[in-house]
Ligand binder design. Structure first.
Ligand code: R5P
Length: 302
């Protein structure tokens, strides 16, 4: 096996660590953008590449479209040298939130993307915390969805008083994440109802009437933080009800626009993330390294 690191994975520092842990060589892909916006890639040292099993590493942010394009072009470049089937580590798999048709005329974006990957030779994907389990059904190969609850739990045990902790899922989709985390920590969890206007994008939350948070540590768990709106609104609400501390845990921190300001102002004291996209240096944020999680799953498949 060889590891082939694409530019998106470089800021995660995952390629060399992974190659070391697996005891294999790391190769790299060079990429640039032409003046007109088109993407170019080239596998460096391609002549040294044997027909070994190839494990590509690329994350899909920022920006999603360029990173996906680099990935597709690399798959074609591999075909040129006779490597037709590969495995891929994609720490952040973009486009997962369009996993069904919400309004007539829409695509199922993640299904389209996974079909293209398969057609270009991707047979196994290792990723962290996809938006919904439904996505696994769309891939014709094997998709390993790693849920990092144990990693989050390990960190939270040092941070909060567990007997005073409540895990909060911001919507029905996050229920399983909350259940797993509360199981790992042996704490309670609640699920909040979320209503989204599919045309305007406006979101409304409905919190359980008997939500008892006074003096407690509230841990909100989600998959993606994008604009920060979801977390900020729940954090403000539980703070207003007397929560002692609000911590958020999420797998993928995108932090679009002024998300960090919004989150800081909402009263969240800490956000724990998995390093699936390039980390941002900010006192509010803390990143956990997913390399070991990938190594464990890959080794169990070798
Ligand atoms: C939505 O269903 C996701 O699970 C997240 O809750 C959502 O992407 C968070 O987005 P934002 O940070 O923009 O509220």
């Amino acid at each position: 096996m060889i590891v082939l690191s694409l530019p998106g994975s470089e800021p995660l520092g995952i390629g060399n660590k992974l190659a070391e842990e697996l005891g294999v060589r790391e190769f790299k892909v060079y990429s640039k953008t032409f003046p007109d916006g088109e993407t170019y890639v080239r596998i460096t040292d391609v002549e040294k590449l044997s027909r070994d099993e190839v494990l590509i590493i690329q994350t899909f942010y920022p920006d999603q479209n360029t990173r996906i394009m680099e990935f597709l072009l690399t798959l074609d470049a591999l075909r040129e040298v006779g490597i037709n089937e590969v495995k891929a580590i994609i720490p952040y798999l973009a486009y997962t939130r369009q996993d069904k048709i919400f309004l007539k005329g829409e695509p199922i974006s993640i299904r389209a993307i996974l079909n293209i990957f398969y057609d270009l030779g991707v047979r196994e994907i290792y990723t962290i915390d996809v938006h919904s389990p439904k996505i696994l059904e769309y891939f014709k190969g094997r998709l390993h969805n790693i849920i990092p609850s144990e990693l989050f739990a390990k960190r939270l045990r040092d941070m909060v008083e567990l007997d005073k902790t409540l895990i909060v899922a911001p919507d029905e989709g996050a229920k399983e994440r909350a259940r797993l985390l509360s199981k790992a920590l042996d704490t309670e969890y609640v699920v909040i109802k979320k209503y989204r206007d599919r045309v305007t994008g406006e979101i409304r939350h409905e919190l359980p009437k008997d939500l008892y948070v006074r003096g407690r540590h509230v841990v909100i768990v989600d998959d993606i933080i994008s604009t920060g709106g979801t977390l900020a609104s729940i954090a403000r609400f539980v703070r207003s009800l007397g929560a002692k501390e609000v911590v958020a845990v999420a797998s993928h921190g995108l932090f679009v626009g002024n998300a960090l300001v919004k989150l800081r102002n909402s009263g969240i004291s800490r956000i724990i993330l998995i390093k699936t996209v390039p980390p941002i240096s900010n006192p509010l944020l803390e990143y956990l390294d997913p390399t070991k999680l990938f190594v464990e799953v890959i080794q169990s498949r070798r």
